[in-house]
Design a binder for this molecule. Structure first.
Ligand SMILES: Cc1ncc(COP(=O)(O)O)c(C=O)c1O
Length: 408
């Protein structure tokens, strides 16, 4: 089978929309265009029913008791903002302390920074070298002023899956609200808000083969009933928590994506994990000094993150980007290229944090694509190393760290 280029192996940035999702959405742009809050005619009733059905599909996927526990938002970023700021403002009288982790996505970290500027205290717990948070560290960080624990379900760079059940249990024991950014987990691995003791859960459609621009926040209604201050005021939609006309086609697409994910999850996870393992074995057995980042077991089935010593992640991507879409953990901010803060948090050196590459697979990848990317990655890394004076020195047995570089 002829391969189609470029090959997309960057599915933790976004996923392609499933054609079944697009098909479900289409009528809601044209003939079924009603406003879901129009209570007095069939156009409105039809739109409201479609949004409610979508809500029920998402509720089923995350095992929420009641579809009303899901609030539609514009995506993961907004859900996280609503959860963190909404709890902070609502429970301010009770306390001003939040516990989170160093490897949260920027939406979580930056929201916490803003809350700190507003007088809240945030404790950011570290992770262990495998990317897992030690639940004891969270326990030690709690004070009588802690109102919220926020820990991501699965990491966007290294795929590591946190011990959510243990954190949920701890939060329950202490009577503290527990939020999880499950943007990367929902639709990929089983998520059960009841069994895991989750009070607030953020998710997004575009990472589970749904459309961009729609997400949801699960807000527990019973045991405890979580209350939030809204970020957006207006017509009081979404039970007052998120005003604004619902994007009906996007909600319908999100619901359909949830329904499909629930159906295909066991088979799809097994298939992608097998392909991922093949890619991992291929690279690690052919490239020396290539290191797997994150826990080898507790990780998303479609994620693979490897650091290649002596080469810059960005250079590897440049060598591959005509034919393959991958991602490095580094973020290009203004003129500087910052190493991945997630890989750095594992205790890796700055060099290894600069040299990480994330391979993330999706529903429509085929084995031949994965084989191609594996082969090309090996070639590119080897070629870059041949041009690297540092690699040359290392091969001659020089301890790179001991070199005294002459100052300019
Ligand atoms: C872990 C994590 N949280 C939050 C987000 C933000 O979600 P959205 O793009 O829907 O705003 C992402 C997006 O990739 C993510 O990976």
């Amino acid at each position: 089978m002829a391969l189609k280029f470029p090959i997309f192996l960057d599915a933790q940035s976004t996923t392609p929309c499933d054609p079944r999702v697009v098909e479900a959405m289409l009528p809601y742009f044209t003939e079924r265009f009603g406003h879901p809050a129009s209570r007095n005619h069939p156009f409105g009733w039809e739109a409201e029913a479609a949004c409610d059905a979508a809500r029920a599909q998402i509720a089923k996927l995350v095992r929420a008791r009641d579809p009303k526990e899901l609030v539609f938002t514009s995506g993961g970023t907004e859900s996280i903002n609503l959860a963190l700021k909404g709890v902070a403002e609502m429970y301010r009288e009770k306390g001003n302390h939040i516990v989170t982790t160093v490897i949260e996505q920027r939406a979580g970290l930056d929201t916490c920074k803003r809350l700190e500027r507003q007088g809240f205290q945030v404790t950011t717990v570290p992770v262990q070298p495998n990317g897992l948070v030690d639940v004891d560290d969270i326990k030690k960080a709690l004070t009588d002023k802690t109102i919220l624990i926020s820990v991501m379900f699965a990491n966007n760079e290294i795929g590591t899956i946190q011990e959510i059940a243990a954190i949920g249990k701890l939060a329950k024991e202490k009577g503290i609200i527990f939020h999880t950014d499950a943007t990367q987990a929902v639709g990929k691995i089983p998520v059960d808000v009841e069994a895991l003791g989750i009070d607030l859960l953020s998710c997004t459609a575009h990472l589970m083969y749904g459309p961009k621009g729609v997400g949801a926040l699960y807000v527990r209604r019973k045991g405890p009933r979580v209350r939030l201050t809204a970020l957006i005021d207006g017509g009081g939609h979404e039970r007052g928590m998120r005003s604004g006309t619902l994007p009906v086609p996007l909600c319908v697409g999100f619901g359909k994506a949830a329904e499909i994910s629930a159906e295909v999850m066991p088979e799809e996870s097994a298939r992608l994990a097998k392909l991922r393992d093949k890619l991992q074995d291929m690279i690690l057995s052919n490239v020396e000094e290539a290191y797997l980042n994150g826990d080898p077991e507790r990780r998303l089935p479609q994620n693979l993150n490897i650091s290649f010593a002596y080469v810059e992640g960005e250079s590897v991507l440049m060598g591959l980007n005509k034919e393959t879409a991958l991602s490095s953990g580094s973020a290009c901010t203004s003129a500087t290229l910052e190493p991945s803060y997630v890989i750095a948090a594992l205790g890796a050196s700055a060099e290894l944090a600069h040299s990480s590459i994330r391979f993330s697979l999706h529903r429509f990848n085929i084995e031949e694509e994965v084989d191609f990317v594996g082969r090309r990655t090996i070639e590119v890394v080897k070629r870059l190393r041949e041009m690297s004076p540092l690699y040359e020195l290392a091969k001659e047995g020089v301890d790179i760290k001991s070199i005294q570089w002459k100052a300019e």
